[in-house]
Design a protein around this ligand. Structure first.
Ligand code: PLP
Length: 432
């Protein structure tokens, strides 16, 4: 399969090249030249997640050197559960994506990317540095996925004081080949520093760099598999295609749901649940698409003012079609708090602030029409955000063993000015 750039000014490439590059040379995002269709007769509704991923991704890998490794990559990357739990209302479910090593759905994409990239590396290649700017969850998932992987080094930049204490601990706890820097600036500063470094050809010649942000195909593709698994199972049980409500920031997770639907999976409507950063809700309500500076909210991993994957969605469909097919709603911090509190008190259901946006939107949709089959997506474990959640619910949140394991390690992060040259120095230091 061939991949094109959304900006139309870069040569078509194969899958391995698209995964290795991240961004296309014209600054666009890689998209498939043609959408493959899934052969629904060739999979059982009760197949495992790695089996479903390999079945779904087979046509995407066709003709690529990684095709021979696809089964092994899926088994290695998707070695944890993504359970579908019934919610206390009729025909509604919660798809839990936080049972991986760092307790957020980012583990799926990061582990798949690492499984692909380590197979793309030749033993004679110089060490590759993976640069990540993170607002909290991505850095930890990428750190965990590449930790102690020979030939790779990870450099994580996060905005000092703007991630939760447990997120900060996770980012700094790996050590070895994973280096965490707390930047005296915002997430936007971190992102700018990464972009500048990636575009610095002199620097790249001295120490090769790559990135692992949410525009990477290697992260996007495997995220289709848990939607496929949930959709196949629910369709078999209920005879209708479920709608999904997805907590949304950079639109990577929701776009994977849209791509799975485009491949022919039984998926109904896709609803985007955003926090107070309302670029997508405003656009879907008819305004021009207008990226803007982000505002800080309780759902910090969704504090995005310019959703990077919007470029892929708008390349696939025209604006009117997008407005007809998808809905997006903004959920403010007051509603996030109310939702967390009410679910814990009334249903003994404890969720993270991101998941609360989806459950709030689910409640609004149910009020309007209770008859549809719906799935809300749970993107992180609430124990990652205990500082927000525990005061609201008045009790402590048990820490899952995976997270506990990381929290017991010693954590260390170096301070770094929000300055492009400071990052350049850090990256060159280790090769001198
Ligand atoms: C990253 C993240 C999101 C947003 O996902 P996108 O793919 O950027 O839309 C939502 N919730 C949590 C917990 C996250 O870490």
């Amino acid at each position: 399969m061939r991949f094109l750039s959304t900006r139309g000014d870069a040569p078509a490439v194969g899958l391995s090249a698209a995964i290795a590059a991240g961004l296309a040379p014209d600054g666009g995002l890689y998209v498939p030249a043609a959408f493959p269709r899934a052969d629904l007769d060739a999979i059982a509704p009760d197949a495992t997640l790695p089996e479903i991923a390999a079945w779904l991704l087979r046509p995407w890998f066709a003709g690529d050197p990684l095709a021979a490794h696809l089964d092994a990559i899926c088994r290695e990357a998707l070695a944890f559960d993504t359970p579908l739990r019934p919610l206390p209302w009729d025909d509604t479910y919660l798809l839990e994506l936080f049972h991986g090593p760092t307790a957020a759905f980012k583990d799926v994409g990061a582990r798949f990317l690492a499984a692909c990239m380590r197979r793309l590396r030749a033993p004679s290649d110089p060490p590759l540095t993976i640069l990540v700017a993170t607002s909290g969850d991505t850095g930890a998932a990428v750190g965990a996925a590449f930790h102690r992987l020979p030939g790779f080094r990870v450099v994580i930049l996060y905005p000092d004081g703007r991630v939760s204490p447990r997120q900060a601990h996770q980012l700094g706890c790996f050590g070895d080949n994973v280096h965490a820097f707390r930047v005296a600036g915002s997430f936007d500063d971190c992102q700018r520093m990464v972009k500048t470094a990636l575009g610095d050809t002199d620097l790249q010649a001295r120490t090769p760099l790559s990135s692992a942000n949410s525009i990477s195909l290697g992260r996007l593709l495997p995220q289709m598999s848990y939607y496929a698994q949930a959709a196949l199972r629910l369709h078999a049980e209920h005879g209708v295609a479920p709608d999904f409500v997805v907590p949304t920031g950079n639109l990577g997770n929701a776009l994977a749901c849209v791509w799975a639907r485009t491949m022919g999976l039984p998926i109904g409507k896709v609803h985007l649940a955003c926090n107070a950063n309302a670029v997508l809700p405003d656009f879907l309500a008819g305004a021009d698409y207008a990226p803007r500076a982000s505002v800080a909210t309780l759902a910090n991993a969704m504090d995005v003012g310019a959703p990077s994957n919007a470029e892929r969605l708008r390349w696939m469909f025209d604006d009117d079609f997008i407005r007809a097919q998808f809905t997006a709603q903004s959920v403010d911090d007051v509603a996030i708090r109310d939702t967390v509190r009410a679910l814990a008190a009334e249903h003994d259901l404890v969720v993270c602030p991101h998941t609360a946006t989806a459950l709030h939107v689910l409640a609004r949709l149910r009020d309007a029409d209770p008859s549809r089959l719906r799935v809300a997506v749970a993107t992180a474990h609430p124990a990652k955000f205990e500082g927000v959640i525990e005061p609201l619910i008045g009790r402590s949140v048990p820490v899952p063993s995976t997270l506990d394991h990381l929290l017991r390690r010693v954590a260390h992060a170096e301070p770094l000015p929000a300055d492009d040259d400071a990052l350049r120095e850090v990256l060159l230091d280790s090769v001198r």
